[in-house]
Design a binder for this molecule. Structure first.
Ligand SMILES: Cc1cc2nc3c(=O)[nH]c(=O)nc-3n(C[C@H](O)[C@H](O)[C@H](O)COP(=O)(O)OP(=O)(O)OC[C@H]3O[C@@H](n4cnc5c(N)ncnc54)[C@H](O)[C@@H]3O)c2cc1C
Length: 326
């Protein structure tokens, strides 16, 4: 397959709009394209997405390749996988980037397998090898204590999935030059239906989206259990923050998996990050890219104090209770 210099981003649409990581990848894709002179393509598939595609032309992409069909609901991952495989075979990009969301984590490896190649998963940074022009993916290694640089020197198409939240969203462009190519979708009717979406039921009354949160109040094992997290939730609601947590608290069932921040959770970049009873392990702090960090910990030697702008040595529950009483 002859390749042209092309970076193709697998876009993801949820609830009528692109998910944040799609816009983050457009920004990063543009930066990478500037090193090789590549053109930046965005591939989008969904049901009723023509308007969204027109909106996406506000971003600096050279072309949007789109397929619009009722069979392309978000849950129809097999159909999405087939469509992305076809788009990649037709477009022949040398680099494909997708977001490591729940959708992407399932879709991207299956597309790579269908193309007979591999995928560099969960990258937290990307670059181009200036000598070879190959994609470099930066990933945590050795339990997150080191960063590794991974590449696919032999692959015709280099595919990477990127953790949401690591890059800034792309700015809109005044210099709109992209266009939209709609791909015929009638052949989708022939794909056997394997599952049907009956309804979407969201847990709780508020959707958790830590990657976009401006203020995060996060708790760790120092909150001692569900009662500590109840206090933290009341505090978070009072100051308009989203609540996050460390992994052991998720493992203990005190918090939800989508509240986990860190190497195996969300990468966050809030203006303010408040840490209550969190030790500051590197695997957690990898997910904290805050402008300001305030930490409460009863151990003055806790690692978190090396990362914070303001530190309070004290009992986390006691400090939360005092705040809530005033
Ligand atoms: C491959 C791998 C991936 C991982 N990914 C993640 C990840 O994505 N996210 C993540 O969070 N972790 C992750 N971890 C786990 C990580 O290494 C740490 O174990 C974890 O972050 C520690 O959580 P913690 O700070 O809540 O608990 P602890 O390390 O137990 O720290 C609790 C802190 O609370 C303080 N404390 C105790 N009592 C009080 C009190 N009364 N008031 C105030 N402070 C108090 C203590 O001094 C201590 O500093 C990963 C580990 C591995 C090996």
């Amino acid at each position: 397959m002859e390749r042209s210099r092309k970076i193709l981003i697998i876009g993801e649409i949820q609830n009528g709009k692109p998910v944040p990581v799609t816009l983050e990848l457009i920004g990063e894709g543009k930066r990478l394209a500037s090193f090789t002179g590549a053109r930046l393509f965005l591939a989008v598939a969904g049901s009723g997405i023509r308007g969204i595609c027109r909106d996406l032309l506000r971003y600096p992409v050279d072309r949007i390749i789109a397929m619009d069909h009722p069979r392309l609901e978000p849950a129809q991952l097999e159909v999405h996988g087939k469509v992305m495989e076809v788009m990649i075979r037709e477009q022949k990009p040398d680099i494909v980037l997708g977001g490591g969301t729940l959708f992407g984590k399932t879709l991207i490896p299956s597309v790579a397998a269908a193309l007979g190649t591999e995928v560099m998963t969960d990258a937290v940074g990307l670059d181009i090898d200036r000598e070879t022009g190959r994609l470099l993916a930066i990933k945590p290694a050795f339990d997150g204590k080191q960063m590794s640089v991974v590449s696919m020197p032999e692959a015709e198409v280099q595919i990477a999935s990127v953790k949401p939240g690591v890059f800034q969203k792309s700015d809109e462009t005044d210099n709109k030059k992209g266009n939209i190519t709609m791909i015929p979708a009638d052949w989708l009717e022939d794909i056997k239906e394997q599952k049907k979406t009956l309804d979407f039921i969201f847990e709780g009354d508020q959707k958790i989206c830590l990657e976009d949160a401006k203020i995060i109040a996060a708790g760790g094992r120092g909150l001692k259990g569900p009662e500590g997290f109840e206090l933290l939730k009341r505090f978070a609601d009072r100051i308009g923050a989203q609540m996050g947590s460390t992994r052991p608290c998720v493992d203990a069932g005190w918090t939800l998996p989508e509240q986990q921040i860190g190497q195996t959770g969300s990468i966050t970049k809030p203006d303010l990050y408040l840490a209550f009873g969190i030790s500051g392990a590197i695997q957690h702090m990898t997910g904290v890219r805050a402008k300001t960090v305030i930490a409460v910990n009863n151990n003055p030697n806790a690692a978190i104090f090396q990362y914070c702008d303001y530190g309070i040595v004290g009992d986390a529950q006691k400090i939360l209770k005092e705040f809530l009483e005033n």
